[in-house]
Design a protein around this ligand. Structure first.
Ligand code: SF4
Length: 285
């Protein structure tokens, strides 16, 4: 079984559409892990994708991260939903949200669809060549990650070019509205273009300040300033880059967090390209 992890951002949408245009084999299904707090534009794009694709798209959700953050609990009604918020001691809180709100619901759905130790699954991840640092093997032994964009040596710009050539618009960035990885450019655009969603992030920023059991105050913005008081000039003005590697493609991606040595990343690339070559040889026979 082949599953596409669909974040509904640029890269995974390109994979989904390439499969629909027979530029890739058609996966058995795509799975979108819904934290309940994506921008409206992402849900609108996903609605359209669902109606357009030639294979099923399953939306899975364990809980609504926005509501949980405001209620100071997590997806299992226990402790606080731990997002990678900035802490007063100069660090970041441990990120558990990706596993709880995205990875676990996706694995549960794959099991429901028949995947398991006796039925290994190939999982396509929408990581492009410019995000190579995010490649890592799946922690679940019977799920084999594969990166078709890297096999085709496509970067984000190539994906956008492909989308344009086929007449598709650029999808919105897929991630939780209040994810602390956002840079000033994202926050500024959100404030200007979607004040209601920005207000939700401000509300969460206030709610996480003083969580029982946490030693330090937490903030959504890296400056440790309340979000509604931050100077959101361009990231270039502020000398900041985006910590998020463009997309939260089904499994939130962050720069330099593969935990792999460069040699292991190269080995993974060799493996994935080897896989692609073997497949094209087979197709040629
Ligand atoms: S987008 Fe950010 S807040 Fe949302 S699950 Fe991913 S890391 Fe956590």
């Amino acid at each position: 079984m082949t599953i596409l992890s669909l974040g509904a951002g640029v890269q995974s949408s390109t994979l989904a559409l390439m499969a629909s245009y027979q530029e890739l084999p058609v996966p058995d299904a795509a799975i979108f892990a819904d934290t309940g707090w994506e921008p409206k534009a992402v849900y609108a794009w996903l609605d359209w994708l669902e109606s357009y694709l030639a294979f099923p798209v399953y939306r899975v959700s364990r809980a609504n991260i926005h509501k949980d953050l405001l209620a100071r609990k997590n997806a299992t009604d226990q402790r606080f939903a731990s997002i990678p918020a900035y802490t007063w001691n100069g660090g970041m809180s441990r990120r558990q949200c990706t596993r709880e709100y995205k990875i676990e619901p996706i694995i549960r759905k794959i099991r429901e669809l028949g995947g398991g130790p006796k039925a290994p699954v190939e999982m396509w991840i929408g990581i492009s060549q410019d995000e190579i640092r995010r490649m890592k093997p799946n922690r679940v032994k019977w799920i084999i990650n594969r990166w078709p964009l890297i096999e085709r040596r496509m970067n984000r710009q190539d994906c956008l070019r492909w989308m344009r050539e086929y007449g598709f618009p650029e999808p919105a960035k897929s991630s939780c509205i209040g994810c602390p990885f956002h840079d000033n450019g994202y926050w500024r655009r959100l404030k200007e273009r979607s004040p209601k969603e920005f207000a939700e992030a401000v509300e969460v920023d206030k709610a996480i300040r003083d969580i029982p059991g946490f030693d330090y105050e937490q903030y959504l913005h890296r400056s440790l300033i309340p979000l509604d008081e931050v100077d959101l000039r361009s990231e270039e003005d502020m000398g900041q880059g985006d910590m998020f590697d463009n997309e939260c493609e089904g499994v939130c991606g962050m720069m330099c967090r593969t935990g792999l040595a460069p040699s292991d990343v190269l080995r993974l690339i060799d493996q994935t390209i080897g896989h692609a070559l073997a497949q094209s040889e087979q197709e040629a026979k």
